[in-house]
Design a protein around this ligand. Structure first.
Ligand code: DGL
Length: 273
């Protein structure tokens, strides 16, 4: 048993969709979450910068005693997972591989669409994992950067959102995909719009698969927590005006234990929200 926290990081508060699922599947785990809200978005930045940010996020979570790290950010997983794994003294998982495994399981034709930020899609990370796990699969990536802002704005069922989703997804529909993999923290909140536009195809939100994988890993390593209830401590690098309202939409529960942190001075004088 090990009651040290699971560390989770994302570019912002979208990764709370992953935390929500971890808390559902592993209610006894303590979680320390870092959202790098001061430097988001990650999905439009360069590979080198995201690697540097990801290593700093890792260092912060280690300074908080993390026993296992989950990179909840798809953009960060795309370009920084391997280097974080190499440099980290505790195990690290990302959000791409578990989603790909699930997509391959539910797809009948093997023709799978993936949507994400520009960085995620152009990195080729999904193609790499798909072809490693199933040489015969056909993956079609489509960057959908505008959807991140629409979700942050709370336009989950707005006519403008429907129009933009339709423009992004039409080419995938015409290509005849039978499965759509959501490769961004923000996209699960648009599931209803995706379903209306894409009809009866399969949708994969990796947050469930990541949490299941984490659960198997903690059990295998014999480091599951035996705390009576797991605590969630949230650190953000900036507290924007409406972070609580947006964050609670992702998390699905009140955000209580939130502090602002400066990564440069990790561990020193965190400011309570
Ligand atoms: N968290 C990012 C991701 O999953 C989306 C927001 C951003 O671009 O930072 O790719």
């Amino acid at each position: 048993m090990n009651n040290a926290p699971v560390g989770v990081f994302d570019s912002g508060i979208g990764g709370l969709t992953v935390v929500r699922e971890i808390r559902r599947i592993l209610p006894h785990e303590n979680i320390v979450y870092l959202g790098d809200t001061a430097r988001l978005p990650y999905g439009t930045k360069s590979v080198d910068v995201i690697i540097q940010y990801s290593l700093e996020n890792m260092a912060f979570l280690l300074s908080r005693g993390a026993k296992y790290i989950v990179i909840a950010c798809y953009s960060s997983t795309s370009v920084a997972l391997e280097i974080v794994q190499q440099r980290c003294p505790v195990p690290v998982i990302g959000v791409i591989r578990p989603g790909v495994k699930r997509a391959l399981k539910v797809s009948g034709s093997g023709k799978i669409g993936v949507i994400g930020t520009s960085l995620t899609i152009y990195s080729g990370a999904y193609e790499k994992v798909f072809h490693e796990l199933s040489a015969g699969s056909e993956v079609i990536g489509r960057p959908c950067p505008l959807l991140v802002s629409l979700v942050e704005e709370g336009w989950l069922d707005h006519p403008a959102t429907r129009l933009i989703v339709e423009s992004y997804l039409k080419p995938l529909q015409e290509d005849g995909i039978d499965t759509l993999l959501l490769g961004c923290t923000h996209f699960p909140l648009l599931m209803e719009v995706f379903k209306k536009i894409m009809g009866t195809i399969q949708f994969v939100d990796a947050s469930h698969e990541v949490s299941k994988e984490l659960s198997r890993e903690l059990e295998r390593l014999d480091i599951l927590s035996d705390a009576s209830t797991g605590d969630l401590v949230i650190y953000l690098t900036d507290l924007s005006m409406n972070f609580k309202e947006i964050g609670e939409r992702f998390l699905g529960e009140p955000m209580t234990n939130v502090s602002r942190v400066s990564l440069k001075k990790a561990g020193e004088g965190n400011k309570k929200a």
